[in-house]
Design a protein around this ligand. Structure first.
Ligand SMILES: [Zn+2]
Length: 324
């Protein structure tokens, strides 16, 4: 009998109120697959076990069945790290703030290599959350900043500087042939409509514009190390787990050409090393207040490895694409 994801997920003992919808492969449209892994929401420790399958047609690993959009929203509550506003971490506050702003600085550094950033550059960040990357970009290069996020009620000092669109990216009415750069930092692996997203990005970008996508990399060292406790699984939010092969095929099948592939991103691989180790040792549910000191200590100890992160294929990948 062929593998039946809907039947399989019923064996996982999830809450009764979960509904599921089956999805064909986002990349090739095939509906036959094999079981890949069972993932959980290890970061916040929320209830639920979710199924990832590997498409028999193209090898894409994706969540199937998935929760409907109406039910996924509760997994993006205020504890979700990307939406978190800065808060007080006691003596470690400056270190925490430095680490958070370093992430934004690293994004700008990465982007700068491929796109000229100045007061004429028009940038759209998809899944912008509270917009710290955009605000840093504007401060540094005076660029025009726009962002979209489906999270409601976002706020942050300076947030009003952003041309902000609330809702799903592909449903927005945006100017065509308008942007020089569209960025997706850890958005694409959450996307319920990745093909529509790429279509929209293609439409709003200028001919010479660039699309930059960073996602976790399935065929990476940390996935091999942690398996279903790999922080890149992050179920049920992550709808697909892309390898180098499948992310390249995904963008190239949908109107883009990959100009440059990077086996790293702006996101710190150390976060995956630390949290993956934590989930393996202590199970799910990470209490940031309790782990922040060991977090920075470990980072210090691993400095020699982290200095080589661009060469080690630890956890992330980035594609720099142009409209084809
Ligand atoms: Zn497929």
């Amino acid at each position: 009998m062929p593998f039946d994801p809907l039947n399989e997920i019923k064996k996982l003992g999830n809450p009764e109120h979960f509904n599921y919808e089956e999805v064909p492969c986002y990349l090739c449209g095939n509906s036959t697959s094999e079981k890949f892994l069972v993932g959980e929401e290890d970061l916040t420790g929320k209830e639920g076990r979710f199924l990832y399958v590997k498409c028999s047609g193209c090898g894409l690993v994706y969540q199937n069945p998935r929760l409907p959009v109406s039910q996924i929203k509760s997994f993006y509550d205020s504890e979700y790290i990307a939406h978190r506003k800065k808060k007080n971490w006691g003596i470690l506050t400056p270190l925490y703030e430095w680490a958070m702003s370093k992430h934004d600085r690293d994004k700008v550094q990465l982007v700068k290599k491929y796109v000229q950033l100045n007061e004429h550059t028009k940038v759209m960040d998809v899944g912008c959350a509270v917009g710290t990357f955009l605000l840093h970009l504007q401060k540094k290069h005076k660029s025009h900043i726009s962002g979209v996020d489906f999270k409601e009620g976002l706020n942050f000092p300076g947030f009003d500087q952003i041309s902000f669109y609330e809702g799903l990216f592909h449903e927005q009415n945006l100017p065509e042939n308008h942007f020089d750069l569209v960025t997706m930092w850890h958005f694409f692996e959450h996307d319920y409509n990745p093909v529509d997203t790429l279509k929209q990005a293609r439409k709003i970008l200028k001919k010479e514009g660039k699309l930059i996508i960073e996602v976790p990399r399935l065929d990476s060292f940390t996935f091999r190390l942690f398996g279903n406790k790999w922080p890149g699984v992050q179920a049920p939010q992550h709808t697909a787990l892309y390898s180098k092969k499948t992310i390249v095929e995904m963008v190239e099948k949908n109107g883009f050409k990959v100009e440059q592939y990077l086996p790293y991103g702006a996101f710190p691989p150390y976060f995956y090393i630390f949290t993956g180790t934590y989930f393996r040792m202590f199970g799910k549910g990470l209490n940031l207040d309790r782990i922040i000191f060991p977090y920075f200590t470990g980072q210090l100890l691993l400095t020699p490895v982290l200095l080589l992160q661009k060469y080690l294929n630890l956890s992330m990948q980035t594609v720099i694409c142009r409209p084809n």
